[in-house]
Structures are given as structure tokens and as C-alpha cells.
Design a protein around this ligand. Structure first.
Ligand code: BG6
Length: 484
């Protein structure tokens, strides 16, 4: 396999919140890896901007530590690192005042793409956008990148969209959902729309149900304040799982282009039925040995926020009427494993005797770890003794199928940031999509609040509360095992 680097013109990229956690863990290491891949053209500049007093040398030392700590097994030379550091600069900036803005403006080069990454809380989105205009840094080549949480309900997300729209056109606003940047998530589109094999079967006539699982082993990881106000519904379902659902359920877009794809995703969200409370299970992880439970992690013994959620959903449209979608996500579960499973129906009639059993095809898209795609097919068990059937996977583990070069899967942030530089919005959420997702989520959360719903405890290292298993059992189905 030959990896292709698509060249880009020189650009200026400013990271607001450049000394923050996301910048340190994700954004700056991702930019470094793109630098090593040869994708930073001559003259490109990366400028950190934040409240902390720092000079360029101190920022470079900060980035060096971030690169060393958050690059996993990625191999690089000292020359790579020194080269990257030489394109880094820093400006101390007051997001709500005037300090540092003129200095930042003087660092911008004329006539080139400018990316402003808002790696800050949403309350600063409006003030930053406004100052970019006041200080003459915004033109048609300017793009802004905003992170989740994009609001906490429909009303706040609308207000955020309005405040950005006051200063930038929609085609300049890149709302990141890093799940869309994951390699296998894009492969999902390649599988569906690049093959003749699957699309004719991709509907309720042939698909029994679809499961989406995003299971994590980590807890709230020092983000207790934020997480306890969000919970799994706002933190994961409204965005990441919703985006996966959209890609799996949408109609084929006419082209792989931003609005064509996003129009189809929006239709999926709008076709979602309201969810019956009986079809939702909420959970909260308990203490185990010397590992604190959720309540201690967030420092509130009375918190009723969920760290796990499982739901059964229906889409009211021709393609999916009658096919349920089961979604679940949780923290402190048995394994880190995210996958989508498309479970096909059994054959309408079996020509074999009972002993052969009934079987089904399952297409599994493994997002992480061990990215790949499996298709379970039914074959004859080898050997004499009659017709016994067995399911075997046609395994498309990318590293095995594509050779060692596929072992390096660029991180979602690497791909998404370079898409911003290239001006490609296909893998970013449009404002109306985000609002539609909140419009569906809000009544569910309001229902919990009205009923003073309490999440069920579950053991660390389990698959969530047993009621989540029952959610499927009562339909005669079962979750796939969570394994890494
Ligand atoms: C983030 C959530 O958006 O996604 C976190 O805020 C979660 O709570 C994370 O842990 C999961 O991302 P990934 O890429 O590790 O699956």
C-alpha cells in the first residue's frame, strides 16, 4: 500500500487555548505527526495563543513535552522535532479584552489560509469570533474550528450557532466530532457505497437489527466537573454515537461532498422516533477495591448523572421501519472496544435439517482497537458426518489485508485538522445537524429530570447494568460481547 500525502499551501494555524489539555494531548501532537509526514509546507506557522504568560521558547518546551508524552509508539528523529519547533510561536492573549490581539494580527501572513482553532470553552466562542474581525484577521480565507460540547441543549446550541453566524459563514465553521475522523468510520462509507454487495441488503427487509457499542475502560479522568454536568447522553450519545448512527443509516448521498453527506445525515436524525423510557437503561459505575466509584470521582455523593447508557431506537422511514437500533456506551467497562454490528436476518427457509441450526450473517465494523471489518458467513463444518453449519469470519483486519503501512493509522485529529486546512467540511457537523441532535436528546433528558430518574449501579469491568442485557433479551436478541 502506498500512503498518499495531499500537498497543501502554506497556512497559519492559531490554537486558542494553546496551553490547554486538548492542545497538549491531541492538537499539537497531531500537528507534529503531520509535520513528520511531510504535510506542513514551507512557511506554515502554528501559533499558540492563551492567557498564560509565555514566550516562544517556553511554548516550544511545552510542546516538546506534549509530543514526548502523547505520541504513543510513533517514531521520530530529533531533526523532526527541531523542525517542527521552528514553526511554532506563541502570543499571550486576553480573549475577553484587547491584550495580545494586535501582536497576533502582525504574525499573520497575507493571502493565505488562516485556521483559528477554538480549543476553549463555548462561552469564549463569540468574543473570539468578534475580535478576529475587530483586529482584521478574518477574511474569506479564514476558517474557525470549534470543539464539543456544542451547547448542552437545543437552546444553548442555537445561541452558539447564532453567535458564530454573526461573524462567519457556515462554510467557514468547522464543528469537530473526532469520531468522524476515525479511519474505520470513513471506511464504513467506503464499504457501503464502494461495493455492490451490501447496499441492496441494507434495509429492514434484510437487516434484523444494528448494534453500536462504544465501551471505555477509563472513568471520568479528572474531568468530573464537566462530566457530571454532561453524563453519557450529552458527552457521547448526542454527538459521537449519533454520528455513527447517521453514517450507518443514511441514504446514499449523490456525491462524497460536504452538503450532500450532511443533508443525508440530517434526514436520519429527523427521522428518529422519540424514545420510550422503557427503552433506555442508565447506569453509574460503582467503587471496586481501591478504585473509586463514580460518586467519589465526581465528588458528589448524590449525583444522578449516568456514566453508562443503553437505548433502543427506531427510525421512521422506508428503509428502516421495523429494524431496531441498539446503542450503548459506558465508562469503566470490561474492555475498550467500539464497534458497529449489522446483524442480518436468518434465511427465510432452511433446506438443512434441524441439526444444522439457524445462522445469520453479521457485518462488524471495529472502530477501535484493532481496526477492521469482519463479515460472518455460514459454511459447512469440514469433515464427514452430515451437513453441520458453522459461522466463520471473513476478516479484513486492515494491517493484515493492507500490509505493515496500514499499521500507522493517522489519529482522527491529524486528518480533521488537515481537512480544515484543505477546506473540506465533509467530516464536520453542520449547525442544523447539531441542533437536530439536541432536539431529539432534550425530551429524553427532560423526562429523567421530571421523573427524578436514578441510574442503576454497575460493576467496574462489567458490561454495564444487567437491565441493559434485558433490553435486548426481551426482544430475543443479545449484545455482542465486549472484548478488546
Ligand atoms: C470524548 C468524550 O469526546 O470522547 C470522552 O468527552 C470520551 O468522555 C472520548 O472518553 C472517547 O474518545 P475515543 O476517541 O477515546 O473513543
Amino acid at each position: 500500500m502506498v500512503s498518499r500525502i495531499i500537498p497543501v499551501d502554506a497556512f497559519d494555524l492559531v490554537v486558542f487555548g494553546g496551553t490547554g489539555d486538548l492542545a497538549r494531548r491531541k492538537i499539537l501532537p497531531a500537528l507534529f505527526r503531520r509535520y513528520c509526514a511531510g504535510q506542513m509546507p514551507e512557511g506554515a506557522q502554528v501559533i499558540g495563543a492563551a492567557r498564560s504568560e509565555m514566550n516562544d521558547a517556553e511554548f516550544r518546551a511545552f510542546v516538546t513535552e506534549a509530543v514526548e508524552e502523547f505520541n504513543g509508539n510513533f517514531q521520530y528523529s530529533d531533526e523532526d522535532l527541531q523542525g517542527f519547533l521552528s514553526i511554532l510561536f506563541y502570543v499571550t492573549l486576553d480573549a475577553l479584552g484587547d491584550g495580545g490581539w494586535s501582536e497576533l494580527a502582525t504574525k499573520m501572513q497575507a493571502d493565505r489560509v488562516r485556521v483559528f482553532y477554538f480549543s476553549v470553552g463555548p462561552s469564549l466562542f463569540g468574543p473570539l469570533a468578534e475580535r478576529l474581525h475587530t483586529y482584521g484577521m478574518a477574511d474569506m480565507n479564514t476558517r474557525i474550528v470549534v470543539e464539543k460540547p456544542f451547547g448542552r441543549d437545543l437552546e444553548t446550541s442555537k445561541a452558539l450557532n447564532r453567535s458564530l453566524a454573526d461573524h462567519f459563514d457556515e462554510h467557514q465553521i468547522y464543528r469537530i466530532d473526532h469520531y468522524l475522523g476515525k479511519e474505520t468510520v470513513q471506511n464504513l462509507m467506503a464499504i457501503r457505497f464502494g461495493n455492490m454487495l451490501f447496499e441492496p441488503l441494507w434495509n429492514s427487509q434484510y437487516v434484523d437489527h444494528i448494534q453500536i457499542t462504544v465501551s471505555e475502560t477509563v472513568g471520568v479522568q479528572g474531568r468530573g466537573d464537566y462530566y457530571d454536568r454532561a453524563g453519557a447522553m450529552r458527552d457521547m450519545v448526542q454527538n459521537h454515537l449519533m454520528q455513527l448512527l447517521c453514517l450507518i443509516a443514511m441514504e446514499p448521498p449523490s456525491r462524497f461532498e460536504p452538503d450532500a453527506v450532511r443533508d443525508e445525515k440530517l434526514k436520519v436524525i429527523r427521522a428518529l422516533d422519540p424514545v420510550d423510557p422503557d427503552n433506555i437503561v442508565r447506569g453509574q459505575y460503582s467503587a471496586e477495591g481501591d478504585r473509586a466509584g463514580y460518586l467519589a470521582d465526581v465528588g458528589d455523593p448524590h449525583s444522578t448523572t449516568e456514566s453508562f447508557i443503553a437505548l433502543k431506537l427506531h427510525l421512521s422511514n422506508w428503509r428502516w421501519a421495523g429494524t431496531p437500533f441498539y446503542l450503548r456506551t459506558g465508562k469503566r467497562m470490561r474492555a475498550r472496544s467500539s464497534e458497529i454490528a449489522v446483524v442480518f436476518k436468518e434465511t427465510p427457509h432452511s433446506i438443512f435439517d434441524e441439526e444444522a441450526g439457524r445462522h445469520r450473517n453479521i457485518l462488524t465494523i471495529r472502530l477501535q482497537p484493532n481496526e477492521g471489518i469482519d463479515l460472518d458467513v455460514t459454511i459447512k463444518e469440514p469433515g464427514p458426518g452430515g451437513m453441520r453449519l458453522v459461522d466463520v469470519p471473513l476478516d479484513m483486519t486492515f494491517t493484515e489485508a493492507l500490509g505493515p503501512e496500514a499499521e500507522y493509522v493517522p489519529d482522527a485529529y491529524e486528518r480533521l485538522i488537515m481537512d480544515v486546512v484543505r477546506g473540506n467540511q465533509t467530516l464536520f457537523m453542520r449547525g442544523d445537524e447539531v441542533e437536530a441532535a439536541w432536539a431529539w436528546t432534550d425530551p429524553i433528558i427532560a423526562g429523567w429530570e421530571e421523573r427524578r430518574d436514578k441510574p442503576l449501579p454497575y460493576d467496574t469491568g462489567s458490561s454495564g447494568p444487567v437491565d441493559a442485557l434485558a433490553l435486548m433479551h426481551r426482544d430475543g436478541r443479545r449484545w455482542r460481547e465486549v472484548r478488546s
